[in-house]
Design a protein around this ligand. Structure first.
Ligand code: NAD
Length: 257
């Protein structure tokens, strides 16, 4: 059987670590990349020899180029998962925080996907790129303007990549996770009251898991999704479809349905 490589960025913790485990289970050899070399080595040690860890800064083109060059073959799957959040209302947000969010979430996705795609095209392997956006890339959220803007950028970047690389057999899609009980949201959901209140706003009645995200990413990366490209799939229990949920209704309206 030929070895198929999956690149997972931000694999040192949270959703990325779960993605690396899932990809290995699905038969990929996993190139697990993270800024935090120690963390990603620990994840790889737990997964086994099918996972190869590397310290990579997705914002640094030379670091990305070296990492892609080290792969024994062009990857069949690239998951741009590395991400950071910087909170603050736009009137007060430090320009450095704005730049950091854009740099990791949007520019990092661009650099990794483009560098990997060059190799995928050169080796004519086709393949798939999955970019991790967020429901914050689909709807504005208080105090998260830098993050939301970067994640909305990921949605459009995904569409562009799909258009430009389709002729090379490369599919590009995005996943927009919702309220996920993992990784960067650990601190939020450590508070049981916040968990209860937030879960109550989700049509499916629960927070999402890293596994929910990983299953969707692996689906989009598989042949089952062979005719899907340029799409953003929200993995959010329906929360982005609930904009009108809390709308007051007239008595006559309520009686009529
Ligand atoms: N957890 C959530 O609630 C949630 C919801 C929606 C979307 N997301 C998105 O999912 C992705 C994973 O989130 P998470 O919750 O697992 O986050 P996390 O903070 O637990 O993990 C992010 C990983 O990315 C790595 N990273 C940061 N900057 C990097 C860089 N420059 N180069 C390489 N690696 C870098 C970090 O070291 C870390 O290991 C992110 O893109 C995030 O925006 C998360």
């Amino acid at each position: 059987m030929t070895t198929t490589w999956a690149v997972i960025t931000g694999a040192g913790r949270g959703i990325g670590a779960v993605l690396a485990r899932h990809a290995a289970k699905e038969g990929f050899r996993v190139a697990a990349w993270d800024l935090d070399g120690e963390a990603v080595r620990a994840v790889a040690a737990e997964i086994g020899e099918e996972c190869v860890p590397l310290a990579v800064d997705v914002t640094d083109e030379s670091s990305v180029r070296a990492a892609v060059g080290e792969l024994p073959a062009a990857p069949s799957l690239v998951v741009n998962n590395a991400g950071i959040v910087r909170f603050g209302p736009l009137l007060e947000l430090a320009a450095a925080d704005w730049r950091a969010a854009l740099d990791v979430n949007l520019t990092g996705t661009f650099l990794v996907a483009r560098t990997a795609a060059e190799r995928m095209i050169a080796e004519s392997v086709g393949g798939s790129v999955v970019n991790i956006s967020s429901i914050n890339g689909l709807a504005a959220a208080p105090g998260a303007g830098a993050y939301t803007s970067s994640k909305a950028g990921v949605v459009m970047l995904t569409e562009h990549m799909a258009l430009e690389w389709g002729a090379h057999g490369i599919r590009v899609n995005a996943v927009a996770p919702g309220l996920i009980d993992a990784g960067m949201s650990d601190a939020i959901y450590a508070d049981p009251e916040v968990r209860r209140l937030r879960s109550g706003r989700v049509p499916l009645g629960r927070l999402g898991t890293a596994q929910d995200v990983a299953e969707t990413v692996l689906f989009l990366g598989s042949e089952k999704a062979a005719y899907i490209t340029g799409q953003t799939l929200a993995v959010d229990g329906g929360i982005t479809r609930g904009a009108l949920n809390a709308m007051p209704r007239a008595r006559s309206d309520a009686a009529g349905d």
